[in-house]
Design a protein around this ligand. Structure first.
Ligand code: 3HC
Length: 295
């Protein structure tokens, strides 16, 4: 059970959380929510993918046990609070649903329209973990746009301390505060951003990755030297090319395209090398090859 002390003085309890999409981000959001005590239902497209998502969470928790950060009994209790489903209808009794499916606007809109019909509690929060799609468009696909916000987590979710709360011209202040309180309860520091492409972090991070790709493409330095430069020279845990591989080059290009579309500035234009790599299916870690080889 997660008690959220809202600034207004109200105490709201978010006990039942839904996560739509059990990929890298969705399974991480489900994991940290269950770890904080919430009852979590995670939805995936079929039983096989759902099992894979659960396996990812099991592995992440096992790692925490191995490192002495979690007791075996706590791990079992967390897994007990986590259920997977392939039926969006199982979100009916949720008080917060976080959508974390692939970056496809039509798909996300469909999910929000369905959630609006399915989720019974009029006060429930419907959130999206999108990194780039305007929250306003998703909110407009529902009849409760004031209850829709962006909750943008960072990868790997169990490790990264930030959650960007994206508010819109339509979102209700009380809803925003409850979403923030929930994120803080699950251990995240919250920053707020208006609904503009890239929010805060990706608006700064993505052009930096694109600059590194242009630098590599122009032959100014090797990929290893670019990454080592930023790791040792700026104390970043990963270099920009390594990190773009980690996030996925398709995601990187997608966010860059959305930023370019919104601001029309060359800074956000996808370098030809990135475009060609995505067209070739070189998507980074997840496909086994990106700037580096992972096979
Ligand atoms: N689940 C749980 N814990 C994990 C984990 C996971 N998936 N991955 C790593 N950890 C924990 C480890 O247990 C370890 O904890 P400990 O030191 O307290 O025991 C700690 O994180 C460090 O892990 P490792 O020693 O295995 O590996 P590294 O030291 O190389 O760290 C990393 C790995 C945390 C991924 C680090 O390299 C890092 O912080 N990289 C940058 C990540 C980043 O910038 N993410 C943001 C991407 S942008 C984004 O997500 C936005 C999107 O919209 C594009």
């Amino acid at each position: 059970m997660i008690a959220c002390n809202v600034e207004t003085g109200d105490t709201v309890t978010i006990e039942r959380v839904g996560v739509v999409g059990g990929g890298l981000m969705g399974s991480g959001i489900a994991e940290v929510s269950a770890k904080a005590g919430a009852d979590v239902v995670m939805m995936e497209v079929n039983a096989e993918v759902a099992e894979k998502s659960l396996g990812r969470i099991d592995k992440s928790l096992a790692r925490a046990v191995e490192r002495g950060k979690l007791e075996e009994a706590e791990k079992a209790a967390i897994l007990d609070r986590l259920n997977v489903t392939t039926d969006l209808g199982d979100m009916a009794d949720r008080q917060l649903v976080v959508e974390a499916v692939t970056e496809n606007e039509d798909l996300k809109k469909q999910i929000f329209t369905s959630l609006d019909e399915i989720v019974a509690d009029d006060d429930a929060i419907l959130a999206s973990n999108t990194s780039s799609i305007p929250i306003t468009r998703l909110a407009a696909a529902t009849n409760r746009p004031d209850h829709v916000v962006g909750m943008h987590f960072f990868s790997p979710v169990p490790v990264m301390a930030l959650m960007e709360l994206v508010t819109t011209v339509m979102s209700d202040e009380g809803v925003e505060d409850r979403a923030q309180a929930f994120a803080e309860e699950i251990g995240k520091t919250v920053i707020r951003a208006q609904d503009r492409a890239g929010f805060v972090v990706n608006m700064l991070l993505v052009p930096y990755w694109l600059a590194a790709i242009r630098m590599y493409e122009a032959g100014i330095a090797s990929k290893e030297d670019i990454d080592t430069g930023m790791k040792l020279g700026a104390n970043h845990p990963m270099g920009p090319l390594e990190l773009a591989d980690f996030v996925g080059l398709d995601v990187t290009k997608f966010v860059a395209d959305v930023l370019f579309d919104e601001y029309k500035e060359p800074l956000y234009a996808s370098p030809p090398l990135l475009t060609r790599m995505v067209e070739a299916g070189l998507l980074g870690r997840k496909s086994g090859r990106g700037f580096y080889n992972y096979t």
